[in-house]
Design a binder for this molecule. Sequence first.
Ligand code: BDR
Ligand code: CA
Length: 310
Amino acid sequence: MTKRPIIIDTDPGQDDAVAILLALASPELEVLGITAVAGNVPLPLTQKNTRIVCELAGRSDIKVFAGCDAPLHRKLITAEHVHGQTGLDGPEMPDPTMPLQDDHAVDFIIDTARATDGVTLCPLGPLTNIATALQKAPDIASRIREIVLMGGAYFEVGNITPTAEFNIYVDPEAADIVFKSGIPITVMPLDVTHKALTTQPRVDAFRNMGTPIGEAVAAWTDFFNRFDMEKYASPGAPLHDPCVIAYLIKPELFNGRHVNVCVETSSELTLGMTVADWWGVTDRTPNAMFMGDIDADGFFDLLTTRIASL
Ligand code: BDR
Ligand code: CA
């Protein structure tokens, strides 16, 4: 089997952690490296959390890089209210012993894109590292096979403001650069992720694996369930970021439209909104596959089968 080479760009975050585990459990994918960015919590914690997750998976060989510690032009906004003070609140996890790579994440992305035939980028947080790489080395755009990202929303509107999703809102200028890059983009917006809910039977399936990894995933989902179930009065929390990795493995789980997506970068009221031309009412050129639906049972089947294999 030819493995698909990917770079995961991430701000763990419990759902980022599950996404990383899913990727490491999937023989279809070759994780060339994981780049951390400031987002859910500041960079010193996201790079540390990334290494904690790799070690949990028994993969201290994975190269982890620290990237940008702040958005391109704005102050960092974080989400401890969702993810806890560490970003990975829930189970007690030991500090990592595997090293952080010396290179900057942006340089790793550039060098890898130049050296690899058709790398896929998987951003799970604010798009600062990706946009910085594209600004520093515009030649890499034509080397990247696809960007599959979690971010934005259309019908489901916002989770950090009434109209904006967190990852896009934190660094809208970076998102604007990415959506204008000409690289094929697939988007997992809130419209999809709010259908991928960690209901009690699904959390139980992780816990019932009887493995340290299954227990950690159950404890993480228990932790963010408390916040999201209260906020949305739903039977579970959206498991956002693993949708990106699941799409690489089983794209048939998702449904969407190839449409134009623009990012609002100036309005105070709707900053960070992803304006998706779902009904084709403009003549703007489609630039992204904007997903709208997911086979949630199929998604959780995939997730539990793969995580159980770790
Ligand atoms: C996104 O924001 C973060 O809190 C999650 O990790 C996810 O990437 C959802 O809006
Ligand atoms: Ca994330």
